[in-house]
Design a protein around this ligand. Structure first.
Ligand SMILES: Cc1ncc(C[n+]2csc(CCOP(=O)(O)OP(=O)(O)O)c2C)c(N)n1
Ligand SMILES: [Mg+2]
Length: 392
């Protein structure tokens, strides 16, 4: 087991994890009171993975995450009251109340969001890293994403360019064992996600995501490789969300015992215990982190409640729509019947021929299809044979 850092670092790690936990518990409560609208994805249980990662980042580094990122922003230094105001849809929120829970953003602290599209943050991370390289900056981009996101096309495309262009980017997969209600064994052919980008030349390691010190060490090395050697790598952190995927999840895909087993390894309690047993922190300091978190969260709710809602006449601000066309994009005013281009009648001749021939099969010879592993590009010069037909 990796050794503990100095007392003030341990205090800081514990205080941040405790604050995030308390913030999210309160966010869940406020959501049930209908103070926060839209979706709400809580990362309760995942605090060690989040805080372990951000604790070894420099101020100049970029962080980009998913739609489960209240904690990531707070860990990066965003004030909890501004995150709460965003959940409440108020003007003092991090995105002016326009984004809500899934779109927390803080450019000043280089927290680049907050994205609702699964895997959508991966190419953006590569873009941020490319920008740093282009500008000759030392910054590293840390990209955090879920196990489910590793199945998207964006994953492969990003890994390829990151390795090819030697981008200063580091990938952390928050493997909480599920993508919504689908377990990793049911959604990924390769369940060792640290190996999933090996074919692109990106190596990986696995780490206990419930152990803040282990995460910290793994991430520090990954960031070093990205910064000093321009070598992108993946760290797979095993973690667990105690709550459902979002606030509206009946959780029929997992047993209560499984949740309890993970809760017994709680990242905050286990770290506090370890610090006390090692004599690095005292009971008094651990209690103090709880009190401070409680106070910050109470203030955050008061602040968010007092912040006004955006004015109605600002509705079209920050939209990529010309003012004169705003209504056109917002409401399709055309009649309901098909229009030009929406009807098969206007299909070009070539497309019609293909469609009539059965589209996907058009132009293919009859008979069994050759096996691409034994034919084609990989076997240049070898006469194609027809693959043996397999009987079911
Ligand atoms: C491109 C895309 N496909 C599907 C969805 C619907 N969706 C939202 S969250 C989610 C699961 C993602 O799981 P994972 O990447 O493991 O992240 P976690 O929620 O566990 O943090 C899915 C499929 C989406 N938002 N975007
Ligand atoms: Mg997941």
């Amino acid at each position: 087991m990796a050794s503990l850092p100095d007392a003030s670092t341990c205090y800081e790690l514990l205080a941040k994890m405790t604050l995030i936990r308390r913030f999210e518990e309160e966010a869940g409560r406020q959501y049930q009171r209908a103070k926060a609208g839209g979706f709400l994805h809580l990362g309760i249980g995942e605090e060690a993975t989040i805080v372990g990662t951000t604790s070894v980042m420099r101020e100049e580094d970029y962080l980009i995450g998913t739609y489960r990122t209240h904690g990531h922003a707070i860990a990066r230094g965003t004030e909890p009251k501004r995150v709460m105001a965003e959940l409440f849809g108020r003007v003092d929120g991090t995105s002016g109340g326009r984004g809500g829970s899934m779109h927390i953003f803080d450019r000043e602290r280089r927290f680049m969001g907050g994205y609702g599209v699964v895997g959508g943050n991966l190419p953006l991370a590569a873009g941020l890293a490319l920008a740093s390289d282009y500008k000759g900056e030392d910054a590293v981009t840390v990209c955090m994403f879920g196990d489910g996101a590793s199945n998207t096309g964006n994953f492969g495309e990003t890994m390829n360019l990151a390795a090819l262009w030697k981008l200063p980017v580091f990938f952390l997969v928050e493997n909480n064992l599920y993508g919504m209600g689908t377990s990793v064994e049911r959604h990924s052919a390769q369940t060792d996600l640290s190996k999933k980008a090996e074919g692109y030349g990106i190596s990986g390691e696995r780490v206990d995501g419930m152990d803040v010190i282990a995460v910290r060490e793994g991430v520090a090395e990954g960031i070093r490789l990205a910064r000093e050697e321009r070598r992108p790598t993946i760290l797979e952190a095993f973690t667990y969300r105690y709550r459902g995927h979002s606030a509206a999840d009946p959780e029929v895909y997992r047993e209560r015992e499984e949740v309890e087993e993970w809760q017994s390894k709680d990242p905050i309690e286990s770290f506090a215990r370890r610090c006390i047993e090692a004599g690095v922190l005292g009971e008094r300091e651990v209690g103090e982190t709880r009190e401070k978190a409680e106070q910050a969260v109470t203030e955050a709710v008061e602040f968010a409640d007092a912040s006004p809602e955006p004015a109605l006449d600002t509705l079209y601000e920050n939209l990529y729509v010309l003012e004169s066309e705003a209504a056109w994009y917002a409401v399709d005013e055309r009649s309901p019947e098909p229009h030009r281009g929406e009807d098969e009648e206007h299909m070009p001749d070539a497309a019609r021929e293909l469609a009539e021939a059965g589209a996907a099969y058009a132009g293919q010879p009859d008979g069994p299809r050759p096996n691409p592993a034994t034919h084609g590009d990989a076997q240049e010069g070898v006469e194609p044979e027809v693959a043996e037909e397999v009987e079911d």
